[in-house]
Structures are given as C-alpha cells and as structure tokens.
Design a protein around this ligand. Structure first.
Ligand SMILES: [Ca+2]
Ligand SMILES: [Ca+2]
Ligand SMILES: [Ca+2]
Length: 218
C-alpha cells in the first residue's frame, strides 16, 4: 500500500512537472535566491564593505554565529548550510568560481566556504568546506582558520501549519490552484510565512510539486 502510494505520488510529480518550466534558481530581488527544486533560500553576498560583504572571512564558530544572527529579507531563521546543501549550489561546469554567477554574483573566485558539517576522522577539530575555485569538497578545514560564508534557510510550504509536510498540504495547494474555496484554510499572511516557493507570492504548481516531491522522497 505504501509502495503504491509512493508510485502514485511519483507519477503525479512527473505529470505536474512536465507542465511547468523546470525553474531552479529564482532571484527574489531582496538579496536572496531560492532554489525551487529543494526549497533552499540562499543569502546573496554584497561587495559594499558591510556585514554581508563577500570578502568577510570567519572561523567556523564565527560563521555559525554570523548565520544565526543574520536578519535578511524579513527572515531570521538563517543557518550555516551543511555539506550536502552547500554542494547543491556548486556548478560543476564552471570554475573560478564554480557557481552560477548570474545568480551568485559576489562569490570568491578563489576561496573556501564553510559548511556546518564536522569532519569526524580528524585529529584536529576540522569541518567540511567547499573550494569554490573548482567546486571541490575539502574535509580538513581547521575550524580556527577563517573562510567564507553563505547563509541558507529552508522554505517549507506547510500550509496547514501542523509542523508536518504531508498530502493535506498538497491538497490545499491543489484546491487553491483549481479555485476551490479555501477560506480560513491557508495562513492569512502567506507568503510572509516564508512558505512561498518561487517567490511569486502565490500558491501555485511549484508548491504542489515541491510538496509531492518531498513526500515521495524524490
Ligand atoms: Ca568587499
Ligand atoms: Ca501540513
Ligand atoms: Ca509560489
């Protein structure tokens, strides 16, 4: 039964995805970029000498604090990305830096960015980083050395606000899409809740696809 449900959801995702442009990165025009595939919102760095300047480097602990204290685009739930999350913005077809500069303009050409993931087999206290020069993982980044940082936060379209992303959320999103009355069923302050995928300020196919993909583990 569980298998059938998963297959059904997978089929639904394929059908829905085929009807929309497969948008990945969306510039939110507020100093952030959203990856509509995995729901991660990324900090865009500046080059103005301020707190978010791309040239600011931090020890690992200071990088964690920087992200946790960041208030950007009305959001305060920023954090240091883990290794897999950081990898998701590496563009392996590019180098110096290995990232899509159309979206991430202020990126170090030659530099290591911190992940939150500790490297467990190290004698010293090290964490994983990514060398954005060529997009290579680096496991032995000494936590006391200063490297670069880019904060991330997660967008979860939990429309029913019960703390779980489930089929109920997908159904609400589909109801909105098809014009069925959902008065009182979605948060009044959407999209300010940070649930909006695609930064189009509405519930659309991108939310439905995201939720179904999440449930199906695709
Ligand atoms: Ca600078
Ligand atoms: Ca929910
Ligand atoms: Ca949306």
């Amino acid at each position: 039964m569980q298998m059938m449900k998963k297959n059904f959801i997978a089929l639904l995702v394929i059908l829905l995805t085929s009807t929309i442009v497969h948008a990945e990165l969306v510039d939110n025009n507020d100093g952030t970029v959203t990856d509509t595939y995995n729901g991660l919102m990324w900090e865009l760095k500046t080059d103005d000498g301020g707190d978010q300047d791309k040239d600011n480097a931090y020890t690992w602990q200071a990088a964690l604090s920087y992200c946790e204290n960041l208030s950007l685009a009305d959001h305060t739930d920023w954090r240091l990305p883990d290794r897999e999350e950081l990898r998701s913005i590496v563009d392996y077809t590019k180098s110096y830096p290995s990232i899509d500069k159309d979206f991430f303009a202020n990126t170090q050409t030659n530099g290591i960015y911190w992940s939150s993931t500790t490297f467990v087999f190290a004698e010293n206290d090290n964490a994983w980083g990514i060398v954005f020069t060529i997009g290579k993982d680096k496991r032995d980044c000494d936590k006391l050395v200063s490297y670069y940082v880019r904060a991330v936060r997660t967008i979860i379209p939990d429309l029913t606000q019960d703390g779980v992303l489930g089929l109920d959320d997908a159904i609400i999103a589909l109801k909105v899409l098809t014009g069925i009355d959902t008065t009182g069923k979605i948060p009044d302050n959407f999209p300010a809740t940070g649930m909006d995928i695609g930064a189009d300020e509405q519930i659309g196919l991108e939310e439905v696809v995201f939720i179904l993909r999440y449930i199906a583990g695709l």
